[in-house]
Structure formats: structure tokens, C-alpha cells
Design a protein around this ligand. Structure first.
Ligand code: AMP
Length: 392
């Protein structure tokens, strides 16, 4: 998720810049002013409560703001981030935003402050008043809105400045120049967050070698639980022996063994561009664990890929591998191969179905040469590093 707040006095150009940002970065848009005007128009209970205050240019109560926010967030459960316009407008609302972000398992990335002097705000709002049809775009109300801004909203800026989350933009420039400045700030925020990709596919689909090549190509940390377990086996530890026994029976290794290994890997990979997971999550329980692990690393799922290969081809590939030196202990007999395929079908396919519903899963045609499949996967991963491409 990427969350940005646009800050500035009335008439600073927040609405104008929002249209562009929402489109370019694929964000959910939350303008408390627009939401209130909608309530007003619908003559709802909230609208009636807020009406007089809005017409006078005052700030409506924080209680009303919480209610309209809750409603809007609930209507956008899978947004890939939010752009806030006209919120937070009070110190209390800054705390409300904190709570809201926490609830969504995310944080505010930055607050962009559009700086415009008071007389310029008044000039713009009077001009807008000629066409906007907004009853609060007249001089008396405008002056009051600006007074409210100075008294109650400006202190919010200090709150974010103190936390290093505030970026200033000269809002008196042309719309295009402001747009370029703002886009650059948001783009920089995008680049800072690590991406995380999960690679699915039946055993034999090539998911491991493709994930490893993708990690190399895009500078990602390759997190392959199978490989970590092998390292344990090679080290000959007690855990390693236990793992070998489970492997030879074609069974899954319990989470008590797998999770601490992943945790350690993530811990040692702070500051990387992102992660690519292969062989994890394998069960629904592990999918919940992954959410928690990623959250701890200020990261969420960016993309889920599934390499799709027809069953007969899978069996042929696994059988071929079982006759080579690169075979794994679990490849050594038909019975074990079938058991692994069945484990995937029973335990991992439900995870893919869950992700399909929650985030969407990109199916990759896994037939053809390694390079052809790689190019299909890479095209998907590349979108994460382009503007507006990130999910999750
Ligand atoms: P805007 O469209 O952002 O200029 O907002 C228009 C009016 O709606 C403001 O003058 C306030 O009366 C009210 N309003 C909008 N957002 C908020 C907010 N976050 N807190 C309190 N009042 C708000």
C-alpha cells in the first residue's frame, strides 16, 4: 500500500492534483470535503449535522469525519493505497489517521504540503466560485475557512514535520509544474518500499528456477523454504535429520521449523529492494503467517504469480529429474512424486484460491523454453517498478 495526504490551504490545488495522482498511481481517493458534500446532497443525517458548519466555513466535528472515513474505507477493502485530500485537518484527525492506517496494516508514507500565500488562495477561490456552484466559495466564508486553516489545520503540519514525513511543494507554480513535483515525491516513496512476490506452481512447474532467475534479474532476496531446509539437512543438525525423514515421506515440514528460518532470513535482508518467495506459503495457516511477517517488515504482498503447466508435462518433467543428479530426496520414486503433487493440490491450491479472491493471481503460461517462461514472469515483475503498477 502507498498512502499519501495532500495538505494546503483551501484553493491550494489539492483537488486538481488529486485527479492526476489517483489516476497515475492507482490509489483510492478520500476527499473529506467531497464526501461531506455527498452527504449534504443526499440529505443524510450526517449531511444535516454538517450543513451549517460547512456553509459558515467552519470545520465539522471529528466525530463526523471518523464516520464518513470508516464508511469509505469499508467500501474499498482492496485499494492499493489511499490519497487523502483535505484530511487530516486537525491534530485529533492526525491521530485518527494513525489509527486508520494501523487498522489497514499500513502507514502514511508522506504528507505533501502545497504552499500558497493567503491572498493567492482568496483569488483562486473567488475565481472558482464563479463556476463551482459551491456556496462556501464566497469572500466572507473563504476568509473564515482560511482562519480555520491557520488556527486548527496548520499545527498538523508541525506534527508531520517533526516526524520527517512532510514534503513542501511551491503551490504557486503552474499546474503542470506542481504536478511534476508531486509526482516525483510519490514516485520516490514508491521506490523506497520493498516489493514482495509469491511464486506458485505445482512441483515441476519450474517455479524454483524461475523465481531464482527473477531474484537475480531484479535484485530481490530469494526466499525458498526448500533450500533453507536443505541447508539444515546438509549441516546435519537434529532439525536437519527430522526434515530428511519428512522429505522422504513426501510430507510437509511443520511450521515450527520453517517460520524461524524465514524470520531469520527477513531479518538479515533489511534494506533490500524486495523479496520473492518460493515454496511458501504452502498452507492457509502459512498465508496468515506471511501477512504477519511482511507487516513486521513494513511490506505487503505486491504480486502473486502462478506458473501453469499441464499435469502430464509436470509428471514427465519430475520423472526426468528423478533420473538425474539434480534429483531431490523427494523425487526418488513415483509414489513420492504423486504424494507431493497431491499435497500441493490439497493444501496449496486453497491458498492460491484465497489469494485470487483477495489480491488476484497472475497466471503464467509455463510451457515453452525457460527463457520464454522467464520473459512472461519478468514482464509481470517489471510492472511493480513502473508507476502505478504495484498491488498490495
Ligand atoms: P474542502 O472541499 O476540502 O475545501 O472542504 C469543504 C468544507 O468541508 C470545509 O470548509 C469544512 O467545512 C468541511 N471539511 C472537509 N474536510 C474536513 C475535515 N477533514 N475536517 C473538518 N471539516 C472538513
Amino acid at each position: 500500500m502507498l498512502n499519501v495526504a495532500l495538505f494546503g490551504p483551501p484553493g491550494a490545488g489539492k483537488g486538481t492534483q488529486s485527479d492526476f495522482l489517483v489516476e497515475k498511481f492507482n490509489l483510492g481517493y478520500i476527499s473529506t470535503g467531497d464526501l461531506l458534500r455527498k452527504e449534504l446532497k443526499a440529505d443524510s443525517k450526517l449531511g444535516r449535522e454538517a450543513k451549517d458548519i460547512i456553509s459558515a466555513g467552519g470545520l465539522v466535528s471529528d466525530e463526523i469525519i471518523v464516520q464518513i472515513l470508516e464508511k469509505t474505507i469499508a467500501e474499498n477493502p482492496y485499494a492499493s493505497g489511499f490519497l487523502f485530500d483535505g484530511f487530516p485537518r486537525t491534530r485529533i484527525q492526525a491521530y485518527i489517521l494513525e489509527g486508520l492506517m494501523l487498522k489497514l496494516n499500513t502507514t502514511l508514507d508522506c504528507l505533501i504540503n502545497l504552499e500558497v500565500p493567503e491572498e493567492e488562495s482568496v483569488r483562486r477561490l473567488l475565481l472558482r466560485g464563479k463556476t463551482s456552484g459551491r456556496s462556501d466559495d464566497n469572500e466572507t466564508v473563504i476568509r473564515n475557512r482560511l482562519k480555520e486553516y491557520h488556527d486548527k489545520t496548520l499545527p498538523v503540519l508541525e506534527f508531520y514535520r517533526a516526524r520527517g514525513q512532510c514534503v513542501d511543494v511551491d503551490g504557486t507554480q503552474s499546474i503542470e509544474a506542481v504536478r511534476d513535483d508531486v509526482a516525483k515525491i510519490v514516485q520516490d516513496q514508491y521506490s523506497k518500499r520493498p516489493v514482495s512476490i509469491v511464486m506458485f506452481g505445482f512441483p515441476g512447474s519450474g517455479r524454483g528456477s524461475q523465481a531464482m532467475a527473477l531474484a537475480e534479474e531484479f535484485g530481490l532476496e530469494f526466499i525458498a523454504t526448500g533450500r533453507m531446509l536443505e541447508e539444515e539437512m546438509a549441516a546435519g543438525t537434529d532439525t536437519g535429520l527430522k526434515i530428511r525423514e519428512l522429505y522422504e515421506n513426501g510430507q510437509l515440514v511443520p511450521d515450527e521449523i520453517v517460520i524461524p528460518l524465514i524470520e531469520k532470513k527477513l531479518e538479515n535482508s533489511r534494506g533490500v529492494r524486495g523479496f520473492i518467495f518460493k515454496g511458501f506459503p504452502r498452507t492457509l495457516v502459512q498465508s496468515y503467517i506471511l501477512d504477519g511477517l511482511l507487516k513486521k517488515h513494513e511490506c505487503s504482498l505486491s504480486k502473486i504469480l502462478e506458473i501453469d503447466v499441464p499435469t502430464l508435462q509436470l509428471i514427465e518433467r519430475l520423472d526426468r529429474r528423478s533420473h538425474t543428479d539434480s534429483r531431490m530426496p523427494y523425487d526418488s520414486s513415483t509414489e513420492k512424486i504423486v504424494r507431493r503433487l497431491r499435497e500441493h493440490e490439497l493444501k496449496t491450491v486453497p491458498v492460491i484460491e484465497k489469494y485470487e479472491q483477495m489480491h488476484g493471481v497472475q497466471k503464467i503460461d509455463g510451457t515453452g523454453t525457460f527463457e520464454e517462461v522467464f520473459e512472461r514472469c519478468a514482464a509481470e515483475v517489471r510492472t511493480l517498478f513502473q508507476v502505478g503498477g504495484r498491488r498490495g
